[in-house]
Design a binder for this molecule. Sequence first.
Ligand SMILES: [Zn+2]
Length: 118
Amino acid sequence: MTKQRKVVYDVLRSKRDHPTAQMIFERTQKELPTVSLATIYNCLEALVSHDVVKQVNVDREPSRYCPNLAEHGHFHNKQTGDVIDINFKPDVNLAEFLDLPEGAVIEDLELNIKGFLK
Ligand SMILES: [Zn+2]
């Protein structure tokens, strides 16, 4: 891992608020003042392609990035714009909960829920 990638990864892990590339850029600049936004995109692309970081897309908004590799979903709070991790309750078998085609084996799951908190 290059130094820049390491810093970007550390930035992502230090505050798990699913930042956009722009937010990561601003945070990384504190550590690497001369880093460019293009470099941030390159680092993120490499981290995503190596399955170290997940890319989270909501509609046409800029992608957000998540270093949590445990199986989880995302809750998008439409009032605040926050994206938080939601974990699956233990003992929940998704194959029982979803009407999957016969023989389907879940290898990867993306669960994005939008709403607000009352
Ligand atoms: Zn996440």
